[in-house]
Design a protein around this ligand. Structure first.
Ligand code: ARG
Length: 471
């Protein structure tokens, strides 16, 4: 219906024709999404350009109309980029704002753009375009962080530190090995995103409001123009489901879970009690009352931000549950959680990617800590096994040795050969070599082990893996 024919009441609304009373002021503000969905503007324009070109291809739009539309949308894009676009709450959302502006600029032809589509397939397409783009940026950022970790692992391949279980000193490990554990977590995070992208990259346009359209549209053509792998296969599903956002949000939650774990370790390690590392000054702040303080704010904040991403996952799951087919206005609530998830994950990854290359390690403190807590007790047990003692018996012998060491306030390597031989006669002088932390880490020399030689090999492999990826 031409806009001039609308009733006074809702003359400013593209859907105003059947209304006789104006929209309640509060309802207008309550139902509007333009304050946040204007972030989709450029994707909305991309979708409209492709749609118009397809309509021309099938003979529904004249050459003249399509040229006017494409030019008009380009000009609007420029207006938006310059910050000159006048967003109107009365026009509800990004889609109607842009369309109304197009009609302003080019007249009649602008009114023909919405042929054979609906805001329902339009918005479903826009968020997929947005998410596809942002997902690629996140994947790139993950790779930057992974690369920083690999470099750190190479630099610290020989650095000995205590490894923990239950946060109790367990066995000596290398710092490089520890960094590569983080690398592996991020690798799986990346693979999850790459896999999720396949389901994001399907085009709902053509589903129209819910049932498709009576025009002879060429959906594969529009899909190709927009870089989608293909059109979605069912119009009801295409406009309504947001499972791809939930999936992305779940993957994002795991990224945050991992970053939160890294954060926790950085916070612990930079404390005076551990003193394993020093975070760059640029990533810390001081205290307004305690002059000596240097607080690890950035890891703490990343750890804290994990909560909001989990929250968005829960919002999205709850948003989707119980919705009958097809589109419901509920789905307008998908955007803020999605945008905030993307921003939070990107900022957190960026913080880590710039912080890690400047991390200082305190090798001496880590070395000393690794020597404490009887970290080579397992090595002693393994030594006894080689000498013919059954592992369970060996375990008990070493338990006694640890007891003596505790009672006399010594480390295992400080027990005398006589004391050790009393516990197990097979022990010889060579035992002291395996009781050192260097001997302990060097002996774990197999794929996935902590030996410096393995760390160097793993660094090499990691670089190959990162380079050979294509999404
Ligand atoms: N602003 C809406 C959203 O974000 C666009 C689709 C509106 N469709 C409708 N039939 N009201 O979901």
């Amino acid at each position: 219906m031409p806009f001039e024919l609308m009733t006074e009441a809702t003359a400013d609304k593209p859907w105003g024709g059947r209304f006789t009373e104006p929209t309640d002021q509060f309802v207008e503000a309550f139902t509007a999404s333009v304050s946040f969905d204007q972030r989709l503007a450029e994707h909305d324009i991309d979708g409209s350009v492709a749609h118009a070109q397809m309509l021309h291809h099938i003979g529904v739009l004249s050459e003249q109309d399509v040229n006017l539309i494409v030019q008009g949308l380009d000009d609007i894009r420029a207006e938006i980029q310059r910050g000159d676009f006048n967003w109107s709450v009365a026009l509800e959302d990004v889609h109607m704002n842009i369309e109304a502006r197009l009609v302003d600029r080019i007249g009649e032809a602008g009114k023909r753009l919405h042929t054979g589509r609906s805001r329902n397939d339009q918005v479903a397409t826009d968020i997929r375009l947005f998410l596809r783009e942002q997902l690629d940026v996140i994947v790139d950022k993950l790779v930057v962080l992974q690369t920083a970790l690999v470099n750190l692992a190479e630099r610290e391949a020989d650095t000995i530190m205590p490894g923990f279980t239950h946060l109790q000193v367990a066995q000596p490990i290398t710092f490089g090995h520890h960094m590569l554990a983080w690398f592996e977590m991020l690798e799986r995070d990346k693979q999850r995103l790459v896999d999720c992208r396949k389901r994001i990259n399907q085009m709902p346009l053509g589903s129209a409001a819910l049932a498709g359209t009576s025009y002879p549209i060429d959906r594969p053509m529009t899909a190709q123009l927009l870089g989608f792998d293909g059109p979605t296969q069912n119009s009801l599903d295409g406009v309504s489901d947001r499972d791809f956002i939930i999936e992305f949000n779940a993957a994002a939650s795991l990224i945050m879970a991992h970053l939160s774990r890294f954060s926790e370790e950085l916070v612990l390690w930079s404390s005076t009690q551990f003193n394993f590392i020093e975070l760059p000054d640029a990533f810390c702040t001081g205290s307004s009352i305690m002059p000596q303080k240097k607080n690890p704010d950035v890891p703490e904040l990343v750890r804290g931000k994990t909560g909001r991403v989990y929250g968005h996952l829960m919002s999205m799951l709850t948003l989707m549950k119980s919705q009958p087919l097809a589109y419901n206005k509920d789905n307008q609530e998908d955007k803020e959680p999605l945008f905030d998830t993307v921003d939070t994950v990107l900022n957190s990854l960026h913080a880590f990617a710039t912080m890690m290359p400047n991390l200082k390690t305190n090798r001496q403190a880590m070395y000393k800590a690794a020597q404490q807590g009887f970290s080579t007790a397992t090595d002693l047990a393994d030594y006894l096994v080689v000498k013919g003692v059954a592992f369970r018996d060996a375990h008990e012998v070493v338990g006694h040795a640890v007891r003596i060491a505790i009672d006399t306030d010594r480390e295992l390597a400080e027990l005398t050969i006589e004391e050790l031989q009393q516990l197990s006669p097979g022990i010889e002088q060579d035992v002291f070599k395996i009781l050192t932390v260097e001997g302990s880490v060097a002996s774990r020399n197999h794929l996935g082990g902590t030996a410096p030689e393995q760390v160097r090999q793993a660094v090499y492999n990691a670089r190959q893996r990162v380079q050979n990826q294509n999404r």
